[in-house]
Design a protein around this ligand. Structure first.
Ligand code: ASP
Length: 416
């Protein structure tokens, strides 16, 4: 009997999950079958996410430290840094431009009556956070006692500490070779555990999709149809055309080859709505399927999972224009530029967890004086949009690692 490959299993799990979800959604919500189905899906789905999160912290820590330490071999640390950050800012800027362009063109929300949502808004209190507060909060969260960050699973603080550790290992050279060897073996062993967790991926992804599809609020989706269409349309355009095109033009990887290699990570991101939880899978895809060198991948991917979010940036900008339309406010060019910049900051600051973008969006709205409470309108449709934007967030990290590898290699060749 031919072996059913993991990829094929994951694809079958995806299709089955969507079908089962549709079936559950059609059942009477109070029926025993529906309740038990949702319970079982929640149980299995959460177990899968828990397993990914279990391995996430040791993986991020060892991967970044080893990644930075092995950049020494290249004498290229500086170039990798600059190219990585440059790519992140560039791809998020393109995503935001797409989202804002479409929102200006189609004007979702114009003519929709705000009163429709008053109920939702009444009982909602948004966490108020202005731009200066956000920046303070963000910077403050960067540096943390590494043990506390490890224990709390604070990925961004962990990334920063691991960067320091990696740099110290490089500076110390031979002196710390034992610690480096320990970290390298740590990385190897965590990747082995990731391989085991992935065996559960088909089932986990199926369960998560059952729940996602079955609990969609179809009426709300229809009401906000135009906005949903603008966001999904531009997110898909970015994910299916722009990013693969960059990967092809810069790194020479054809879209087909890219998708084949990236599939596991894209589906996991879609099902979990969490870039962080997906990170173990992303790293595996980038290194094993897309053949990015470990020292590049283990630097670019974990950093990208926490700060590079194309889908989130696009969403935050488009949503701000949507809410302005709902509120009957016309944003001038200057205000639109403020939205552009704050949407990028908000995406950088959003942790890679479900619905994080909703929280940091408050800041984008407030930057141009829109009511923060208005995000209540978006909450019912956020689960679905989050799935798509998280997949594109993760895709951006994968394309980023291909691009960085190519550009760094190129400059190496040119150097004498
Ligand atoms: N869920 C997204 C992610 O993990 C963040 C967001 O809410 O936009 O990438």
């Amino acid at each position: 009997m031919p072996r059913f490959s993991l990829n094929a299993q994951i694809l079958s799990g995806t299709v089955l999950g969507v079908l089962l979800g549709l079936w559950l959604a059609a059942l009477d919500q109070d029926s025993a079958a529906s309740q038990q189905g949702l319970y079982a899906a929640g149980l299995v789905g959460n177990l899968f996410i828990d397993l990914l999160k279990m391995i996430l912290v040791p993986l991020v820590f060892t991967s970044i430290a080893v990644g930075v330490a092995s950049l020494r071999a290249h004498q290229q640390m500086h170039r990798v840094w600059v190219t990585t950050l440059g790519f992140f800012v560039f791809s998020m800027a393109v995503a935001i431009a797409l989202g804002m362009g479409a929102a200006n063109l189609f004007e979702p929300g114009k003519g929709l009556h705000l009163a429709l949502f008053q109920d939702a808004m009444q009982n909602f209190e948004a966490r108020q956070m202005s731009l200066p507060e956000f920046i303070q909060h963000f910077l403050h969260g960067l540096f943390m006692n590494p043990f506390a960050a490890l224990a709390q699973g604070n990925v961004l603080a962990l990334v920063i500490f691991a960067l320091f550790l990696g740099i110290a290992l490089v500076m110390g050279g031979e002196r710390y070779r034992n610690i480096l060897a320990l970290l390298e073996e740590g990385l190897e062993i965590t990747l082995r555990i990731v391989g085991w967790v992935m065996r559960l991926a088909p089932l986990g992804i199926m369960a998560l999709l059952v729940k996602l599809v079955a609990t969609q609020d179809a009426a709300m989706l229809a009401t906000l149809g135009k906005f949903v269409a603008v966001v999904l349309g531009t997110t898909l355009l970015h994910g299916m055309v722009v990013l693969p095109l960059i990967g092809y033009l810069v790194a020479g990887v054809t879209p087909l080859k890219f998708w084949r290699g990236a599939r596991e990570a894209l589906l996991t991101a879609f099902a979990t709505s969490s870039s962080s939880a997906t990170l173990p899978v992303t790293l595996r895809c980038v290194e094993q399927h897309l053949h990015v060198k470990p020292e590049i991948a283990s630097f670019v991917v974990p950093l990208g999972a926490t700060i590079n979010m194309d889908g989130t940036a696009l969403y935050e900008a488009a949503a701000a224009l949507f809410i302005a339309n709902l509120a009957g406010v016309d944003l001038n060019l200057m205000q639109q530029m403020i939205v552009f910049v704050t949407a990028m900051l908000a995406a950088i600051g959003a942790p890679g967890i479900p619905s994080a973008g909703m929280v940091t969006m408050v800041m984008v709205l407030q930057s141009v004086g829109l009511p923060a409470e208005a995000i209540a309108i978006l909450l019912p449709i956020d689960r679905l949009l989050d799935a798509f934007r998280t997949a594109v967030n993760v895709e951006g990290d994968m394309v980023g690692s291909l691009v960085v590898q190519k550009l760094v290699k190129h400059s190496e060749k040119k150097a004498p």
